[in-house]
Design a protein around this ligand. Structure first.
Ligand SMILES: O=C(O)CCC(=O)C(=O)O
Ligand SMILES: [Fe+2]
Length: 218
């Protein structure tokens, strides 16, 4: 299941955080690329040494409080997050993300756009499967959550600059189809509760949701 959330973090909060992040040091992205990624990674990354900067922790906290993210991803743990910067001419060619990062299995990848989309040309995040490709141009506050099994790339930025936060989630539910079923059930539960309250129907949905989750969760 791919989930696109248009306003994952409130505008004012995000702008202030982005201003802070822009002042940090950026390094050549090759420093954190594996052997194959080195051939296609042409971007820059926030210098991260020791503790994660406060602005990044704040961003991650906001994301973790987002109910949609919570119910779609069922996160068990997060990797350290990164901030990627693509200036004019930079790109990240086709690759698949590492399956393990430290002690975290990467079930879900995410990108949160930090730059308003009219500030840069190009820079779409593209996912590829056997049927072709789909692309998203993520503006400020826009989030894409996608299963980490996809080959994907970031198109060259032609003008302007694209700043994005990226990270990975190990989910309680490893399988993306199972996550989708649980997400659908959760949405139905919430809708039923909002429209009619704690009905028999709600109880049945809740029973099934929780019992499936108990069955599958790791
Ligand atoms: O910048 C992005 O949106 C994605 C970057 C990416 O694929 C990665 O860092 O592995
Ligand atoms: Fe990637």
């Amino acid at each position: 299941m791919i989930l696109h959330i248009e306003h994952a973090i409130e505008g004012g909060t995000l702008e202030a955080i982005v201003e802070t992040i822009k002042k940090y040091d950026f390094l050549d992205g090759l420093e954190t690329a594996g052997r194959a990624a080195k051939e296609v990674k042409r971007n820059q990354q926030l210098r991260l040494e020791g503790e994660q900067p406060a602005a990044l922790r704040l961003l991650l906290n906001h994301l973790q409080q987002n109910n949609l993210v919570q119910s779609a991803a069922l996160p068990r743990s997060y990797t350290n997050i990164m901030v990627n910067r693509y200036q004019s001419g930079m790109e990240y060619g086709l690759h698949v993300d590492d399956a393990l990062m430290g002690h975290t299995r990467t079930d879900i990848s995410f990108t949160l756009g930090l730059t308003p989309s009219d500030n840069f040309e190009g820079g779409e995040l593209v996912l590829e499967d056997t049927t072709g490709e789909r692309s998203w141009k993520l503006g400020q506050g826009e989030l894409l959550l996608y299963p980490s099994h996809y080959l994907h790339r970031v198109n060259p930025v032609k003008t302007g600059e694209r700043l994005a936060m990226v990270g990975w989630i190990q989910s309680h539910i490893r399988d993306s189809q199972q996550r989708e079923m649980l997400f659908d059930l959760k949405c139905s539960m919430s809708e039923e509760f909002e429209q009619r309250g704690k009905t028999t129907q709600y109880d049945r949905l809740s029973k099934t949701y929780n019992n499936l989750l108990r069955h599958w969760a790791e």
